[in-house]
Design a protein around this ligand. Structure first.
Ligand code: KDO
Length: 329
């Protein structure tokens, strides 16, 4: 019956002189991320999905995969490049593995705050640096989201005032050379551990601490297994909502615009909520019994900036880029 009804509809449309719209299969967009459900960059993904479905009904099938269950943390870019994954939220650290120029955005104490971050990536700098990612990695960056400002979160008692106080402290970092460089620049003994293993590593004492923005310390419950937070503000961190170039190139202009708009709405949702929550979290952690305090941030800034400027990494940064980033107000 349903088949006959369908034929009837097509025939009726033909008689009326209309082309029957036979819907094409929706384009599948699987998003893979290590993020936990309670974190804002995970919560922004349903916003992306809803906005896209509203703008282009039936044209996309967005699937959200959290907790690194589809692809392991850090393997997403290669998966997108091989055509095995359509979407991810990648970091400057992931990009720097393939494009050394990008290690500039892995440097501590370069971007000043979330507003500076947005302005930098909306400027010609963003255009240039995103262009490199398109050309060299065949990945289309849709937009940048504020991941938060990274802080030190330790299970040990001793207060950390200066980089010297981190000597011998086993500080978990995500597993790549540029992340380990940051841990070392801070004065710690960096150990690579995947995001999903941090909680247990803190609980068992396999590591002394980890660094993440406060909203992530809350969302992943690291405060349950740590004793203190030193507000070093060492990295204004970003995530880049990205699409595999092979998927992007399949879209028509309207679909591209719908995807860009949905990404913008998702990032706005993330940034607004994260910035608001980040400002309130010190009190929450104190209520949970943690010590939360400002160390000698100037001492950290000086040591970290010096380490980057004297490093091999900085030799690959585009000429004049540090000055251009600093000049953005
Ligand atoms: C982390 O592993 O510490 C990190 O914060 C690094 C980020 O680049 C990003 O991968 C993030 O984890 C995950 O999205 C989990 O929040």
């Amino acid at each position: 019956l349903s088949r006959r009804l369908f034929m009837g509809t097509v025939a009726a449309a033909a008689i009326a002189g209309l082309t029957p719209a036979i819907a094409a299969d929706p384009i599948k967009l699987r998003i893979s991320t290590p993020a936990v459900e309670a974190d804002w960059h995970a919560k922004m993904l349903p916003v992306f999905k809803e906005e896209l479905e509203k703008a282009a009904p039936g044209q996309f099938d967005v699937e959200i995969h959290l907790n690194g269950t589809l692809f392991k943390q850090g393997t997403e870019p290669a998966a997108m490049q091989r055509g095995n994954l359509e979407m991810a939220m990648i970091s400057a650290f992931d990009i720097a593995k393939q494009i050394p120029e990008w290690s500039i955005f892995t440097a501590g104490y370069l971007l000043r705050d979330p507003e500076h971050q947005t302005k930098v990536f909306e400027s010609g700098i963003g255009k240039e640096m995103y262009g490199l990612v398109e050309d060299k990695m065949n990945i289309k960056i849709l937009n940048v989201g504020y991941l938060g400002t990274r802080q030190l979160n330790l299970r040990t008692e001793k207060e950390i005032k200066t980089p010297a106080d981190l000597a011998g402290v086993k500080l978990r970092m995500p597993g790549s050379d540029t992340w380990l460089f940051l841990g070392k620049a801070l004065g710690a003994n960096p150990l690579p551990v995947a995001f999903g293993e941090i909680y247990t590593a803190l609980q068992t004492g396999a590591i002394d601490g980890q660094d993440n923005p406060l909203p992530t310390v809350r969302a992943a419950k690291f405060y349950e297994v740590t004793k203190q937070i030193a507000l070093t503000d060492h990295l204004v961190d970003a995530i880049f909502l990205s699409l595999a170039g092979s998927t992007w190139n399949k879209l028509d202009d309207k679909q591209k615009a719908a995807v860009m708009n949905a990404a913008k709405a998702a990032v706005r949702f993330n940034n607004e909520n994260r910035i608001k929550e980040e400002a309130q979290l010190a009190d929450f952690f104190k209520s949970q019994g943690l010590k939360v305090y400002k160390p000698d941030v100037e001492a950290f800034r000086q040591q970290v900036q010096k380490a980057y400027l004297e490093s091999e990494l900085s030799k690959s940064w585009p000429k004049g880029m540090v000055d251009r980033v600093n000049a953005i107000k």
